[in-house]
Design a protein around this ligand. Structure first.
Ligand code: ATP
Ligand code: MG
Length: 393
């Protein structure tokens, strides 16, 4: 009997036309995530099987891999008759303590001589005969014994570990996540990854007004996101000159509106350059002055690419809860300043007008400044085990 990890993929089966692409992507993602760990990844119609000696380490990685619906740690035996399955099963049950049980069989090989129901009842009877003081309970058993009869092999497993669900990262293309050091944008990124979107991130920094610590905080957030996708690229944009030009020239109440329009323009350009089909950010309706519907529309109108806002309609408490569950919260609340929190006016406009925004923007030669900022981009590929961050270009 060989101990083995069984992977089931859920939502994938609904994507009939693309199924091969989805499976290949999931398999590539698993291979990438398990890099450095000795393993074999075997695909067999509707299932993936991982052979390895590092069960805990591999399982911990698989539970963070999108596209996986369920993980089972089980045992593979050669194709054989019910008596032989029963005797192998007794071996496995030797160390297990249980009073009630149920046998659940799935027979994908319809040529097997017994139906699933017959296997259930024969193995059930076999266990009752050979193990003292146990009973069958089909509704609420202490031990569920799962048998899968496939074409070449038979699998036995007990525990079912829920997978994270979603689509394999990359199956829906790439998106550019505006990643700040706040609570919202890493959660937005996580939700986009879950829908199968591979992320590139853009971070706007304003040295010397923002520090190296603030940048490292963002890279640490990207590192957490990379655990769900193998790696994440972060493009760091020096925003200092643009922010200073805004500060010097733009009426105070429009500073934030225009700053965000600049961020959108740069994000869209960077998205095009890197083959991303959408921008993703952590905006949440009503959270701050720049996130009223009027503000969002005046900011959004400077670009044409779709903007996904996965947390747009979440309460802050819901976002916080999610950020704790994905382990970004503790990093997000580290107290380093963000470029949005410097030069903040007391009364930013809540209902900006686009004609005014356009008029004010003429006061700065922003196209040149944007070009320069993009020319100086620093790109860092962040991976889950990375210790030190450095530019890859
Ligand atoms: P918080 O969790 O405190 O709200 P935040 O990062 O969401 O922090 P907001 O001012 O609400 O900050 O910004 C809205 C969105 O704009 C962010 O979620 C993020 O997607 C984007 N953004 C803000 N600042 C930056 C930045 N410095 N670099 C990249 N994206 C940013
Ligand atoms: Mg926010």
């Amino acid at each position: 009997m060989k101990k083995i990890i069984i992977i089931k993929y859920g939502e994938l089966t609904t994507k009939k036309d693309n199924i091969n692409f989805f499976i290949k992507t999931l398999r590539d993602n698993i291979t990438l995530a398990l890099e450095g760990i000795e393993h074999n990844n075997i695909y067999d119609k509707g299932r993936m099987f991982i052979e390895t000696d590092c069960f805990d380490e591999v399982t911990n990685i698989l539970i963070k891999t999108f596209g996986i619906h369920e993980i089972n740690i089980g045992y593979k035996i050669d194709y054989t008759d019910i008596e032989e399955i029963g005797s192998k099963l007794l071996d496995l049950l030797k160390d297990k303590k249980f009073n009630t049980f149920k046998v659940e069989t799935k027979r994908s090989n319809k040529n097997y001589p017994s139906t699933s129901m017959e296997v259930n009842s024969k193995l059930g009877a076999f266990i009752l005969k050979n193990i003292a003081n146990v009973k069958v309970d089909v509704h609420n058993p202490e031990l569920e014994i799962n048998i899968e009869i496939r074409y070449k092999d038979i699998y036995i497993y007990f525990a079912k570990i829920p997978g994270i669900g979603g689509y394999p990262v990359g199956t829906l293309g790439k998106g550019m996540l505006m990643l700040s050091g706040g609570i919202d944008s890493p959660v937005a990124g996580y939700l986009a990854l879950k829908r199968g979107i591979r992320l590139e991130c853009i971070y706007f920094e304003s040295p010397p007004h923002t520090s190296e610590n603030a940048k490292n905080k963002v890279l640490n957030l990207a590192k957490v996101l990379s655990e769900y996708s193998g790696y994440v690229k972060v493009h760091v944009i020096r925003f200092t000159e643009i922010q200073e030009a805004i500060y010097k020239n733009i009426p105070k109440e429009y500073m934030i509106t225009i700053m965000r329009r600049m961020m959108y323009r740069i994000s869209e350009k960077m998205a095009h350059r890197n083959n991303c089909k959408a921008i993703i950010n952590g905006e949440s309706v009503g959270q701050v002055a720049s996130q009223t519907l009027t503000s969002m529309s005046v900011i959004n109108e400077v670009i044409t690419m779709p903007v996904l806002r996965p947390v747009a309609c979440f309460d802050k408490n819901e976002i916080i809860k999610l950020s704790k569950s994905i382990n970004t919260y503790d990093i997000s609340i580290e107290p380093y300043e963000d470029c949005c929190t410097i030069f903040v006016p007391d009364h930013p406009v809540i209902n900006p007008e686009s004609c005014k925004a356009l008029e004010y923007e003429k006061l700065i030669s922003y196209e040149e400044l944007i070009k320069e900022a993009i020319r100086n981009v620093e790109t860092i590929k962040v991976t889950p085990k990375m210790q030190k961050y450095s530019n890859i270009l």
